[in-house]
Unconditional design. Structure first.
Length: 107
């Protein structure tokens, strides 16, 4: 994907992954021009947060999911949102009154 399509400065929005939907297919990794994503294994202690359907889905896919270690680089082009076949990604605002939302900082 062309990074020139990303017009927002980094740090305003970031992708959040619905853990009950993600199947770790990696389309987000492929399309993101700013290397925000990687696919890895959902840790065992985070699997308990999932719904029953999410657990079944996670088990079926070897607990592979997308993560956002480089979320601060997101420039809100929306390519990942469109590319995800499971509709698991949404873009959310990271700042409220100039502060980062700490609840989103560890994904
Ligand atoms: S919107 Fe998605 S594809 Fe675009 S920069 Fe952000 S994380 Fe990458």
């Amino acid at each position: 994907m062309d990074a020139r399509e990303c017009r927002q400065p980094p740090g305003l929005l970031r992708p959040v992954i619905d853990r009950n939907r993600c199947e770790g297919k990696g389309d987000c990794v492929a399309v993101c021009p700013h290397d925000v994503f990687l696919v890895g294994t959902l840790p065992a202690n985070r699997r308990q947060e999932l719904s029953l359907f999410g657990k079944l889905r996670g088990y079926a896919h070897g607990w592979q999911q997308a993560f956002t270690p480089n979320a601060d680089a997101c420039r809100a082009c929306g390519h990942c949102v469109k590319a995800c076949p499971e509709r698991a990604i949404t873009l959310v605002r990271t700042r409220h009154n100039g502060r980062h939302d700490a609840s989103l900082a560890a994904d």
